[in-house]
Ligand binder design. Structure first.
Ligand SMILES: [Zn+2]
Length: 197
């Protein structure tokens, strides 16, 4: 077991519907033996979540083969609106794509810069905070001036806003077939992170 994670973020579910969606997905995964209903706190590093569902006997069916001795950790269900970062730390996305004109606003100008331009990032970060608090936040595009919900913007680097995620702690990379079936059952767009915390 390690601090690797595989994460699936639901980009569309509302905070009000997230609990029911999580339960539906857990029921399916437990029925297949991929997770158990038993919970454990060991190896769970999700902020604000203390435990996850223990990997089931058939868990190896849905992930790469890291050998018979590999023991995957718990699957934490993360409820509530938050920004999900793909890796270590909480690095801002390097760019945001306007849903209206598709222009990319550069937030971190790699490799000239390694941190977010504070002036560029501020309206986005304020909109994210507003969305986390109230469920709605908007940003005006610097190119086309259209004001769009912050959740309609697309992001570089895997940055994801969502009210539900599944954090598979210490799991090998999830198989494409599993992720595809997960998405079909969830019925929403997702972001998939493979990272190390
Ligand atoms: Zn625009």
């Amino acid at each position: 077991m390690g601090d690797f994670f595989e994460r699936i973020v639901d980009l569309e579910v509302s905070a009000a519907d997230a609990g029911a969606a999580a339960e539906r997905m857990l029921e399916w995964m437990a029925a297949r033996g991929w997770v158990l209903r038993e919970t454990s706190a060991e190896g769970v590093y999700t902020r604000g979540v203390t435990e996850g569902f223990v990997a089931g006997p058939a868990g190896a069916e849905i992930a790469d083969d890291w050998g018979a001795d590999w023991i995957s950790g718990p699957v934490a269900v993360v409820l509530g609106r938050r920004a999900h970062h793909p890796g270590q730390g909480e690095v801002e996305p390097s760019g945001a794509v306007c849903p209206s004109c598709r222009a990319t606003t550069v937030i971190i100008d790699y490799p000239q810069a390694w941190e977010a331009d504070p002036v560029v990032w501020q309206p986005f970060s304020e909109a994210v905070e507003e969305w986390e608090r109230t469920g709605a936040g908007a940003v005006r595009c610097g190119r086309c001036a259209t004001v769009s919900p912050v959740t309609d913007w697309a992001w570089t680097d895997g940055y994801a806003l969502g009210a539900l995620s599944f954090d598979f702690w210490g799991w090998p990379p999830l198989s494409d077939a599993f992720v595809a079936e997960f998405v079909a059952r969830l019925g929403h767009r997702i972001e998939h992170h493979s990272g190390k915390a």
